[in-house]
Design a protein around this ligand. Structure first.
Ligand code: PEP
Length: 256
């Protein structure tokens, strides 16, 4: 990590937790992370829990994120939720282009780009996910895949919009599998992404953009991953569903 970039640890709850369970989890979490200001702590509950989690988080240092956002402000888009709808609920961040969205729901880089722009236009900060599959890594295509996802997903953003955006590098083969990229494997891709952002924007933007790692981050591997120079936080799935485990990852971010 780098002192010029505030680490961001976000918990992606996926399709877990009813509204009542979500409130119980954030009540426990906010007590665990109270007073931590050097790391940004974010939770991404399902849409159905956002309205009840927001008041539970009021006055705490934990921020609210949605797991997706549509590009239109309203319309005939069954099953989708718009940026103004999320903003009204006190949502600060929106995860966009998670590999599960790409894999199971056909989301594309062009769609990621439209969602990211709509989020930014409405005062939400995108967390844009990128990452290669095992097949792509084994074929030595990791950098090409990431480059395509980033140039497509972030096309047309201004420098300021890029700086509002967080990139989450999540190798698909490490998500929910218990397999983590080694700290060096993750660092190599993060450094590549930072250089790519510097070439697409400018050196200052590359130096300031925050890049999270995601893929089986747990309390026992968090510190080493977060200690890498270009890793500015974590996007955490499974291990974010328990307050003590997730808080341990946030605390690892404080120490890294
Ligand atoms: C994720 O859902 O973004 C993720 C990284 O999941 P897990 O931590 O369970 O691998």
């Amino acid at each position: 990590m780098n002192p010029n970039r505030k680490p961001i640890i976000a918990g992606n709850w996926k399709m877990y937790k009813t509204a009542a369970e979500a409130v119980a989890l954030v009540n426990a979490l906010k007590a665990e992370v109270a007073g931590i200001e050097t790391v940004e702590t974010v939770v991404c509950p399902p849409f159905t829990a956002l309205a009840v989690v927001q008041p539970a988080l009021a006055g705490s240092n934990v921020q609210l994120a949605a797991q997706n956002v549509h590009w239109e402000k309203e319309g005939a888009f069954t099953g989708e939720v718009s940026a103004p709808m999320l903003k009204e609920l006190g949502v600060r961040y929106a995860v966009i282009g998670h590999s599960e969205r790409r894999q199971f729901f056909g989301e594309t880089d062009a769609g990621v780009n439209k969602r990211a722009k709509a989020a930014l236009a409405n005062g939400l900060r995108p967390i844009v996910c990128v990452g290669e599959t095992l097949k792509e890594r084994e074929a030595n295509r990791t950098e090409q895949v990431i480059k395509t996802q980033i140039t497509g997903g972030l096309a047309g953003l201004s420098k300021n919009e890029m700086l509002e955006t967080v990139i989450a590098y999540e190798p698909v083969w490490a998500i929910g599998t218990g397999k983590t990229a080694s700290p060096q494997q993750a660092q190599d891709v993060h450094a590549f992404i930072r250089k790519l952002i510097a070439s697409l924007f400018d050196a200052d933007t590359g130096a300031r953009v925050r890049i999270q790692y995601g893929g089986s981050v747990k309390p026992d591997n968090a510190k080493e991953l977060l200690g890498q120079p270009d890793i500015d936080g974590a996007l955490v799935g499974g291990a974010s569903l328990k307050a003590d485990g997730f808080a341990a990852i946030v605390k690892a971010g404080v120490q890294a």
